[in-house]
Design a protein around this ligand. Structure first.
Ligand code: NAP
Length: 247
């Protein structure tokens, strides 16, 4: 799709990769962006220059009422970016309970599912596109982020089904896989890390080139992905040494 003159909605737009999506979409000539955040006060920095293309939207992706309200207000969206994410960084067994595991599924899986269901009729007007921010952990399990990895694997599976189901209305669906990236979330993972701009640039270039598949974003991700394709068990065995640490 062409980003110029498109109307985007970015979840988790206030910081990290989401904020970089907003900045890069503006540079590429987007007509409007609904900048969605749980707390719209956290968008102050982004809105301080007064760019009239930015429309703040309160949106916790786990809240069905807010999702429905967003789809009713933002009824001109042509590009839905499901970026919001949550990672607890704990083991499946070592975690004290399953609260974070459920929250990861709510934010990383049910959130994009609910948003895409709500916006499918809006997108149908233009064809439009959905971009789901996934992870290399959609393919490989990291024991120190066990339940996050599972939620991102669910997100990848969902993305593939959404692509098939939305093809009939001409909606392009891409899933973006990336390794550790320099944000608050990525700071919990080892260096070196990708820059958010590298991830976002590769994702938006692929979107504009008409990709309708998974996008491997960033040179470091491509290196690990190639190793994974060549020998998945070997890469999983290396990742399986990274166990949760308590304390
Ligand atoms: N950083 C990495 O290493 C990395 C690598 C691959 C993929 N990813 C994925 O990239 C996406 C962005 O991650 P990031 O690195 O930018 O993380 P981040 O800096 O921790 O930012 C997470 C964003 O998600 C928002 N969010 C969390 N729960 C939400 C909810 N229930 N409703 C709405 N928004 C919610 C946060 O809002 P608040 O400010 O309100 O908390 C924040 O805007 C995520 O999907 C993540 O899984 C990250």
């Amino acid at each position: 799709m062409n980003i110029a003159n498109s109307v985007a909605l970015v979840t988790g737009a206030n910081r990290g990769i989401g904020r970089t999506f907003v900045e890069e979409l503006l540079k590429r000539g987007v007509a409007k962006i609904y900048v969605a955040a749980r707390d719209t006060a956290s968008l102050a920095e982004l809105l301080k220059d007064g760019d009239r293309r930015l429309v703040p939207l309160p949106l916790d992706v786990t809240d069905p009422d807010q999702v429905a309200a967003a789809a009713s207000v933002a009824d001109d969206v042509t590009l839905l970016i499901n970026n919001a994410g949550y990672a607890a960084f704990d083991g499946a067994i070592s975690a004290p309970d399953m609260v974070d595991a459920r929250l990861e599924m709510e934010v990383n899986y049910f959130g994009p599912l609910a948003l895409t269901r709500a916006f499918a009729p809006v997108l149908a007007k233009s064809g439009g596109a959905v971009l789901n921010m996934l992870s290399m952990l959609s393919l490989i399990s990291l024991p120190m982020a066990a339940t996050y990895s599972a939620s991102k694997a669910a997100g990848l599976s969902l993305t593939r089904s959404l692509r098939a189901e939305l093809a009939g209305q001409g909606t392009q669906v891409i899933g973006v896989l990336a390794v550790q990236t320099e944000t608050a979330m990525g700071a919990r993972l080892p260096e070196p890390r990708l820059s958010p701009l590298e991830v976002v640039t590769d994702a938006l270039d692929a979107l504009e080139a008409g990709a309708n598949e998974e996008v491997i974003a960033g040179a470091q991700t491509r290196g690990i992905h190639q190793a994974f394709i060549a020998d998945p068990q070997k890469v999983q065995a290396i990742m399986s040494t990274r166990l949760p640490q308590r304390g």
